[in-house]
Unconditional design. Structure first.
Length: 207
């Protein structure tokens, strides 16, 4: 027996674009920011149409044709988007593994991007908080800045205990920081397996 299809896309069929928020519903349920943004865009276009229509009727600057076009574009766009993403929504909601996989891939991509920023644009990396999970509002990307993060943040790293975190803080103060993971491993005489465990989790921004 075929699986029952999701009914939420039919919200978008509500006349004159009043259901343009349907993709927002799907995005919230599935935790997909892109779908939420699509719904916001179509809803905003519909609202703009209603505003222009109201201004026109009030005798202010406005255009009935443009207002009607905006409403239709937002309405049709929301309908098309809702039915296009329905299959993806159903796959994701049917399997927690799919949702976890997509979220994991997004985190890996964010981490890779943040490491590239730290390498190529360290000033920008510091500005947005790459590697600083201790700072409120920072985009740490799951990384820890070994040269600047406090000991409490260093403890988030695999294989780093209180003793090692304290050694890192002490040595980086004396040497003005580490230049790389290899430098960290050599200076602190870390085991090779620990160095490899840290590789995907650390950055080394200037002090």
């Amino acid at each position: 027996m075929p699986a029952r299809r999701s009914r939420w896309p039919y919200i978008s069929l509500i006349p004159i674009g009043l259901g343009a928020w349907a993709p927002i519903y799907a995005g919230v349920k599935a935790r997909r920011r892109s779908w939420i943004m699509v719904g916001i865009v179509w809803s905003a276009i519909v609202v703009a149409g209603f505003v222009k229509n109201s201004l026109s009727h009030a005798g202010q600057s406005g255009n009935d044709d443009l207002a009607g076009l905006l409403i239709i574009v937002g309405w049709v766009g929301a309908i098309a988007s809702s039915f296009v993403i329905r299959s993806s929504y159903e796959r994701q909601m049917a399997s927690p593994l799919v949702a976890a996989t997509e979220a994991g891939q997004a985190r890996l991509q964010d981490r890779q991007h943040a490491r590239r920023i730290a390498r190529e644009k360290p000033a920008l990396a510091r500005e947005i908080g790459v590697g600083r999970p201790d700072e409120q509002g920072a985009f740490d990307a799951g990384l820890v800045d070994v040269n600047n993060a406090p000991a409490s943040a260093l403890l988030r790293l695999p294989g780093v205990d209180d003793e090692l975190a304290a050694r890192i803080v002490e040595v980086r103060t004396q040497t003005d920081g580490f230049s790389s993971l290899e430098d960290l491993g050599a200076v602190l005489d870390l085991p090779g397996d620990l160095v490899e465990r840290l590789r995907d989790h650390v950055v080394f921004l200037p002090r």
